[in-house]
Design a protein around this ligand. Structure first.
Ligand code: MRU
Length: 339
């Protein structure tokens, strides 16, 4: 059942995008049939389709969708460019969305077939990259921490749901598990939208990997108590100096890891490194609606009128990052291999 669901995380069928609606997991397995740019933008902003590499793939398919809709509705070049830009702008932090949308849009002058082929290639590459990154990360951990069952702490969802293939941080967990080098995983619930509890626990359960769910506020204490050998997270954008944007709550894990002397690893494709953004203070951080904090699934969690701050991401400074694992390399932002 879940195996089938994971086959449908994101696909291109008969000129439509088919996507698993990640807002209703794990309770429901619902597929979205996306035929218009409006529907795609809504799916991205609602987090039905989410996770940096998956957003890149969705943006790529979105260009093909826009070209098809434009042909049906007689759009001129200006309208098509505006619709493509709406896709690229749907979420600001994950650089993959803009990067892949723009790279496929560059093929528009070559026609629909070329656009579709370029978009599908983004999906194929995403799968391949995730497996290579996962194996590299597992090898790095085993080499640096020893060939023994490791316990790791992770945040948000960075598995197949976020990347296709194996995932990034969760892909490394999977690769460790396959090498029999994993003891267990601590998963932060990841407030306010519970990507850790709803999505990561679901993926780990399907993979048969032992895990414990913890509230976000427990994470630094659990790390200080020696529950984990390493912290592994994904990334939405890595600036040229190594500063890394990832799901809100990541920074506190990096501080806790440093204080406890365990490695803090970021796993991300090369395409998440944004050399055009010099440092973390130039990364745009998405601010989401206050209602995600003041209510849960429509049920109020605070008195009426309560104001809330709801940054979707935080920035972990490069000096707290032990290593960045990509499909091609291991970068030590504080060592000789500077970005
Ligand atoms: O808001 P989300 O769920 O899209 O945030 C996702 C994350 O922060 C992930 O950690 C990141 O995109 C890496 S996914 C491999």
């Amino acid at each position: 059942m879940a195996g089938n669901a994971l086959d449908n995380v994101l696909a291109w069928r008969d000129g439509h995008i088919v996507a698993l609606d990640q807002t209703v997991l794990p309770g429901q397995t619902k597929l979205l049939d996306i035929t218009r740019v409006d529907e795609l933008v809504n799916a991205i902003t609602a987090l039905s389709v989410r996770g940096a590499p998956l957003l890149g793939a969705a943006g790529a398919l979105g260009v093909a969708l826009a070209v098809r809709q434009g042909q049906r509705e007689g759009w001129d070049e200006t309208r098509l460019a505006a619709e493509v830009k709406r896709i690229a702008d749907a979420r600001p932090t994950a650089v993959n969305l803009r990067r892949e949308t723009e790279s496929v849009a560059a093929r528009i002058p070559d026609g629909l077939d070329a656009v579709e082929e370029a978009a599908l290639e983004v999906l194929r590459v995403s799968v391949d990259v995730s497996v290579r990154m996962s194996e590299r990360g597992a090898g790095y951990l085993t080499e640096t921490l020893g060939d023994r069952p490791l316990s790791v702490h992770t945040h948000c969802n960075t598995g197949a749901l976020a990347c296709l293939g194996w995932g990034s941080a969760l892909g490394i967990v999977r690769a460790l598990h396959e090498r029999r080098a994993l003891a267990r995983v601590v998963v932060d619930e990841t407030r306010p939208l519970l990507q850790g509890a709803r999505l990561t626990c679901w993926e780990l359960r399907e993979l048969g990997i032992e895990h414990h769910l913890a509230v976000d506020g427990a994470a630094p204490f659990l790390i200080s108590q020696g529950h984990s050998d390493a912290v592994i997270v994904g990334a939405d954008r890595i600036a040229a100096n190594g500063d890394t944007a990832n799901k809100i709550g990541t920074y506190s894990l990096a501080l806790a890891a440093r204080r406890s002397g365990i490695p803090f690893l970021v796993a991300a494709p090369e395409s998440t490194i944004d050399s055009a953004t010099p440092g973390g203070d130039q990364i745009p951080v998405e601010q989401r609606d206050a209602s995600e904090v003041t209510a849960f699934h429509g049920v109020p969690a605070a008195p009426p009128g309560t104001l809330a701050l709801n940054p979707a991401f935080d920035i972990t400074p490069a000096d707290l990052i032990t290593a960045i694992i990509t499909e091609d390399q291991v970068i030590h932002p504080n060592g000789k291999d500077r970005l």
